[in-house]
Design a protein around this ligand. Structure first.
Ligand code: 13P
Length: 253
């Protein structure tokens, strides 16, 4: 059975005080018996402090992006090694906000993906189409191109150490969720594409859905056969809503 995950992406939100409150709430309410993975991807300045609070728990720590370079004169960036040094086991790569607001091309995203793998970080590769692309009927082409960039530079073993997140851009932070069927259709496309590389890889890899996942729609979305959990933005900022989503993974499989 594939591993199920619920990951929070805090984006540029939080403060030392609110983080402390959120993590206490998460740890107090967490079902430690669940076989699903849980993690939070936090702003880099808070990684160490949040990591300290999570020590000894089952909650994984993730960064929201890393540099495509090893080290050196890249002002403002953090390297994969630094993320590991701060306690991360996960990193988001190619989030649509990074692609659209910071000019990350699929080629750059693939380099970041490789950086993560070579430093024993699990990359969470985010892919997704805009509304315009969906309405022009090119969703599969767009996602295919985003996937190809990493498929072409990694072998099956490497790809098998990653997680994929399908996040339709039009559903991010808009309150508009893809229907469970719309999401399932794209997840199946992603899995079939990976099967062209290796059937074993396609069977094993976790593909998460992201885009306005909330406590009241998570169960339905997670019940689809190719959806292995969620990548959650807004609803990950409250312990209660995030835990309710995490507890919805029990419908999977
Ligand atoms: P929302 O859950 O706020 O729509 O954000 C989704 C997302 O971008 C997670 O990475």
């Amino acid at each position: 059975m594939r591993k199920q995950w619920v990951l929070g992406n805090w984006k540029m939100n939080g403060s030392r005080e609110s983080n402390s409150h959120l993590i206490s709430g998460l740890l107090a309410g967490l079902n430690a018996e669940s076989s699903s993975g849980i993690g939070v991807c936090v702003p880099s300045v808070y990684l160490i402090e949040v990591g300290d609070k999570l020590a000894g728990s089952t909650v994984a720590l993730g960064a929201q992006t890393i540099s495509e370079h090893d080290e050196g004169a890249y002002t403002g960036e953090i390297s994969a090694k630094m993320a590991v040094d701060c306690g991360c086991s996960l990193v988001l790569v190619g989030h649509s906000e990074r692609r659209s607001l910071y000019g990350e091309t699929s080629e750059i995203v693939a380099k970041k993906f490789k950086q993560a793998l070579s430093n024993e970080l699990t990359p969470v590769l985010c892919v997704g189409e805009t509304l315009e692309q969906r309405e022009s009927g090119i969703t599969n082409e767009v996602i295919g191109e985003q996937l190809d960039a990493v498929i072409e530079c990694c072998n099956s073993d490497e790809l098998g150490r990653s997680i994929i997140a399908y996040e339709p851009v039009w559903a991010i932070g808009t309150g508009k969720t893809a229907s469970a069927e719309q999401a399932q259709e794209v997840h199946a496309f992603i899995r079939n594409k990976l099967a062209q590389k290796s059937n074993a890889l396609a069977e094993k890899i976790s593909i998460l859905y992201g885009g306005s996942v909330k406590a009241d729609n998570a169960k339905e979305i997670f019940s689809m056969s190719d959806i292995d959990g969620g990548l959650v933005g807004g609803a990950s900022l409250g312990a209660e809503s995030f835990l309710a989503i995490y507890n919805s993974t029990d419908v999977i499989g």
